[in-house]
Structure formats: structure tokens, C-alpha cells
Design a protein around this ligand. Structure first.
Ligand code: COA
Length: 330
């Protein structure tokens, strides 16, 4: 059984408020807050890249697990904004952490990346391919934004979150059921045209293009279906969930999902007001904040869910048994 034994996150120091957009774009703090739930977001410093954020979050996760990087078997890094086209950002992180015995690879499912990576981590642990993994979601979305497009630039922010996943004989529960989905027919719903190998046709802009309204509707529908699939295959009802940790894309998407599941606000983790949409970092940052603020404790039943470009989506059910595993280690 795979168990999360540590969490960590990192947010760049620079806070960008809605009023800063209103100073040069036809928008307002009120519009952004009402339509998205976002009050501010973090923006990476010019010298900061995705690997820098990932290293900071990773170190905090290792510290909370009480482990050294050299004891890791592998690093899985979910990102859509890598430092370089190649090598992978995970390899840069592996070197910086001194995780000398670890394999390392990136995984790109955009905003669903962390949920995808956790599902892969669970499978690697269960198949005994690894016993100790660092799973990171890290993004510098600000480098992929057209700052003159008010429909996208106000939505995204930068950040990183990480968890340590370990194999456990002691814990009776942990990473339980994960379900992943994709539908590439909708590839152009949210995409970045430039920067890859396709040169013909569309202009090669390196910035996000998004069909906001269509994305919104599909996200609500897909998240609900995905959550229900995970719950029904686990024999768990929505009322048995202690905390839903959803991808933070729009407060109205989160509220619609919570209403459909019948979950009260105290069972839903929300931090979009402070970070905006940090893509693959969004779920692990929210998870780390939930753990550190005591909203998740030993035995809590937690549901992760995310939707993103691809389009991709997925959910995962877990029971928090960090302390059981840490005790059995010492
Ligand atoms: N400030 C003011 N007005 C804005 C605006 C902004 N920042 N962004 C868009 N508008 C305008 C639109 O231009 C449109 O004006 P028009 O009617 O004159 O054409 C109007 O607001 C309504 O646009 P609409 O797209 O219907 O707004 P919305 O309520 O759907 O909100 C989003 C737009 C982008 C916030 C919303 O669609 C959304 O969050 N979609 C999901 C995005 C997402 O989750 N993406 C990532 C998935 S991982």
C-alpha cells in the first residue's frame, strides 16, 4: 500500500493583486473575484524557474516526512511549464536535491498532472518498482501568459507542491482508488500553440489560448463523473468524505461540484483566492495547506480531483495514515 508521509509547498514571494490588472486592462477586482474567486496570485521572480519552485517544495515534503533525498527511489514531476524542452525538469530537481539513487521523469497532464502522477506513484509502489517516491507538481504559468488577454492572464499563478509517497506494510489504508481519463479530441480547448515540434498551420504563439465557457462546462461535468466513479468503485458515499481537495481553477467550478456532491464548505479545501490556478501545483499546494492547518489528520478520508488541458481529468481517494507509517519506520 502506498502512503503519503510528508507534504510541502512553495509560493514565490511576489504577490500580484487584481487591481494590478485593472490598472492596464479592461477588468476590475470585483469582476475577477465574482467570476473566479481569485483575489491575488504569486508570480515567480525573473530568475526563478519551475525546478527552483519544485526543489523548495520537495525539501519541505522531505523534511515533514523526516527523510533525506538520498533515500528516494524516484522523483515524478508533473509540469506543463518545464525549465527546458529537455532534459526533464525532474532531472534538474534530482541533481539539486542530491537524490543520487533516484530515477526522475516529468509527466505532463497540465492541470491534472499531479493526480496523474499520484496514480503512477501508487502503481509503482504496488508493483514494487519503488518503495519511496517524491511526487511534485510545479509550474511557472506566468511565463505562458499573454498579459493582454483578460480572459486568461487573470486566472493563473505560479507555485509548487510536493508529497513523499512510501510503501507501507504497517498502514491498512493509504492511496486507495485512482481513475484517470483523457479526451484529446478537445486538445484545442486550452492549449499553447508554440514551443513544440508542430510548425505548420496555427501561429506559433508561446501563450495559453483558452475557450473559457466550454472549459467551464466540461470541467464541472467531468469532475463530477470522475469523483462518482472513484467513490462508487470504492463503495464510499460522498457523505463519508472528510475533505475534497479539488484543482483550483474557478471557485464557481468548485462550488458547482460541491453542491452536486452535497458537500458542505467545511469539507472542501479552497485556496484559489490566494493563488489562482497554478495548474499541476494546485492540488498538492492545497493538500499541504490542508495538512498543515489540521484539516487533514490521521484517518481522514481525502478525495483529490482535477481537470485540465488535453483534455485530461482524474480523481483519487486516499486515507491519511502518515503517522502510522512514520512510526513503523523508526
Ligand atoms: N474582466 C472583465 N470581463 C471579462 C474578463 C475579465 N478578466 N474576462 C472575460 N470577460 C468578459 C468577456 O469578454 C465577456 O464579454 P462579452 O460578453 O462582451 O463578450 C464576458 O466577460 C463574459 O465572458 P464569459 O467567458 O462568458 O465569462 P465567464 O463568466 O464564463 O468567465 C472565465 C470567464 C474564463 C473566468 C470562465 O469561463 C472560466 O473560469 N472558465 C474555466 C477556465 C478554466 O478553468 N481553465 C483552466 C482549466 S484547468
Amino acid at each position: 500500500m502506498g502512503v503519503i508521509t510528508g507534504t510541502g509547498s512553495y509560493a514565490p514571494a511576489r504577490i500580484m493583486t487584481n487591481d494590478e490588472f485593472a490598472a492596464y486592462l479592461e477588468t476590475s477586482d470585483a469582476w475577477i473575484r465574482e467570476r473566479t474567486g481569485i483575489r491575488e496570485r504569486r508570480i515567480a521572480a525573473p530568475e526563478e524557474a519551475t525546478s527552483d519552485l519544485a526543489v523548495s517544495a520537495g525539501l519541505k515534503a522531505l523534511e515533514s516526512a523526516g527523510l533525506e533525498a538520498v533515500s528516494l527511489d524516484g522523483i515524478l514531476l508533473a509540469t506543463a511549464t518545464p525549465d527546458l524542452l529537455f532534459p526533464s525538469t525532474a532531472c534538474l530537481v534530482q541533481a539539486r536535491l542530491g537524490a543520487d539513487k533516484a530515477f526522475a521523469f516529468d509527466l505532463n497532464a497540465v492541470c491534472s498532472g499531479f493526480v496523474y502522477a499520484m496514480s503512477v506513484a501508487k502503481s509503482m509502489i504496488e508493483s514494487r518498482a519503488a518503495r519511496r517516491l517524491l511526487v511534485i507538481g510545479s509550474e511557472v504559468m506566468s511565463r505562458a501568459l499573454d498579459w493582454s488577454d483578460r480572459g486568461t492572464c487573470i486566472l493563473f499563478g505560479d507555485g509548487a507542491g510536493a508529497v513523499v509517497v512510501e510503501a507501507s506494510e504497517a498502514a491498512s489504508k493509504g492511496l486507495e482508488t485512482f481513475r484517470l481519463r483523457a479526451d484529446g479530441r478537445y486538445w484545442d480547448m486550452i492549449h499553447v500553440p508554440g514551443g513544440g515540434s508542430r510548425r505548420s498551420g496555427e501561429e506559433s504563439s508561446p501563450f495559453i489560448r483558452m475557450k473559457g465557457g466550454e472549459t467551464f462546462k466540461m470541467a464541472v461535468r467531468s469532475l463530477q463523473e470522475s469523483v462518482m466513479e472513484v467513490l462508487s468503485s470504492s463503495g464510499v458515499s460522498p457523505s463519508e468524505i472528510d475533505l475534497l481537495v479539488p484543482h483550483q481553477a474557478n471557485i464557481r467550478i468548485i462550488d458547482a461540484l460541491a453542491t452536486r456532491l452535497g458537500l458542505p464548505p467545511e469539507k472542501v479545501m479552497v485556496n484559489i483566492d490566494r493563488y489562482g490556478n497554478t495548474s499541476a501545483a494546485s492540488v498538492p499546494v492545497a493538500l499541504d495547506e490542508a495538512v498543515r492547518s489540521g484539516r487533514i489528520s490521521e484517518g481522514s478520508r481525502v478525495l483529490l480531483t482535477a481537470f485540465g488541458a488535453g483534455v485530461t481529468w482524474g480523481s483519487g481517494l486516499l486515507t491519511w495514515e502518515a503517522e502510522t507509517q512514520k512510526r513503523s519506520r523508526s
